[in-house]
Design a protein around this ligand. Structure first.
Ligand SMILES: Nc1ncnc2c1ncn2[C@@H]1O[C@H](COP(=O)(O)OP(=O)(O)O)[C@@H](O)[C@H]1O
Ligand SMILES: [Mg+2]
Length: 387
């Protein structure tokens, strides 16, 4: 080690021949050149000649204007002038070039002053590094980083969404329990009021008394309807399944609706289709969707109910030609307590979706119909072991 170091210290550059130093420089892997104060190349190495696709004798004694396009030569010259004027190192951080073989490179060139014995700058030494690969890696790193940031942002968004959904569902569960309890409690006093209305009717009231009685009866009916909806929403009990005819369920639901003038009902459900479901729960769900469809056509229209069977299950399409659903309202269709109706409660669709989900099916709004709204219910097909 000590001998090695000693040997290195013994190197005497002043005794080295010009040929030896020129050979050493000539074989340095980085392109290297020396220019005099007239901007002429006085020394170039092999790597530089290969890069610009010229022989050494073609370069020596020439200036940039003899070798490169005028615009590029002028740029090089401005940097050379700057270095000679300031006597300080000038660096061109990034410079795209196309080499002699036509490949694109990015170069970093450093121009260093070389001083004579009196300290004056006699030459300019240029050392070029090919940073093409570094730039490529930087680009890859940047896009990998951007990709990572985008994925982190997406994941964060998902987590925030999941957290909000959790809070909402917890709140809803608590609210549901409270509402269910309240609904039960309210049923008794409402029943008492209804009995009292019955008694008063027997008194054959007339005029204002009769009118007030009718109002009370109507409002009690409405309160019962709300309580009914709340209880349906709160208690989705385990379904009691059996194989039932889809057409029969649809016909019963339509039969229960209050007849509305100006509404055509088309039922296109093959008789043979049977589902493995709890018919009461499915009918409650269908009835909520059908009632909405009828309410959406106050001045008449067509209600179409179509059924079809595929290997995935049963599909039931309920379509109306009513007022339709705006894209804003669409996002909240199935959110509980969202209603656009003055006397609405906003529990019909969310209850229907819960009931259909309890059968292992789905209830969705399917946008895209020309007029009105379209909903799809999917249900499991009848099977030998349906329970
Ligand atoms: N067939 C339909 N056409 C247009 N809007 C509909 C339809 N079905 C549901 N909606 C919209 O969805 C909302 C929620 O429906 P729902 O949960 O049944 O509650 P409600 O009927 O008490 O308003 C309705 O207020 C209405 O704005
Ligand atoms: Mg409704």
């Amino acid at each position: 080690m000590a001998r090695g170091m000693g040997a290195a210290q013994d190197l005497d550059f002043s005794r080295m021949s010009f040929e030896f130093l020129a050979g050493l420089i000539g074989h340095i892997a980085h392109p290297l050149f020396v220019k005099d104060r007239e901007f002429r190349f006085v020394l170039v190495n092999l790597a530089l000649c290969e890069m610009i696709g010229r022989e050494r004798h073609e370069v020596l004694g020439k200036t940039d204007f003899d070798l490169f396009a005028p615009e590029q030569a002028a740029f090089f010259r401005s940097k050379d002038v700057e270095m000679f004027a300031t006597g300080a190192t000038v660096t061109i951080e990034e410079e795209p070039i196309t080499d002699a073989s036509g490949s694109a490179h990015v170069l970093r060139t450093t121009k260093v002053p070389f001083r004579g014995e009196a300290g004056e700058v006699t030459h300019l030494v240029g050392i070029i590094s090919d940073i093409t690969e570094v730039k490529k890696l930087e680009g890859l790193l940047r896009s990998a980083n951007e990709d990572l940031e985008r994925r982190v942002a997406e994941r964060t968004q998902e987590l925030v969404g999941a957290q909000e959904a959790l809070v909402r569902s917890e709140r809803l569960a608590a609210l549901g329990e409270l509402a269910g309890g309240l609904a039960h409690q309210l049923r008794n006093p409402l029943g008492v009021i209804q009995n009292a209305v019955g008694l008063l009717r027997r008194a054959n009231l007339v005029g204002l008394g009769r009118e007030a009685l009718d109002i009370i009866a109507e409002e009690v009916g409405r309160a019962e309807h709300i309580i009914h909806g709340l209880l349906d929403f709160v208690r989705v009990i385990a379904p009691s399944r059996r194989n039932v005819s889809l057409l029969t369920m649809v016909q019963e639901v339509i039969g229960q609706q209050v007849c509305m003038p100006g509404i055509d009902v088309h039922i296109d459900v093959p008789e043979a289709i049977e589902a493995c479901v709890d018919p009461i729960q499915v009918q409650t769900a269908m009835s909520n969707v059908v009632r909405n469809a009828l309410e959406a056509m106050p001045s008449g229209g067509t209600l179409t109910i179509k059924g079809a069977e595929s290997c995935d299950g049963i599909e039931l399409w309920i379509e109306d030609t009513g007022i339709g659903v705006s894209s804003v309202a669409e996002k909240q269709l199935f959110s509980p307590l969202r209603t656009t109706k003055p006397l609405g409660v906003g529990l019909g669709l969310s209850t229907a979706r819960n009931l259909i989900a309890a059968q292992g099916g789905h209830l969705d709004y399917v946008p895209g119909s020309e007029r009105g709204a379209r909903f799809r219910i999917t249900l499991p097909i009848a099977r030998s072991a349906c329970a």
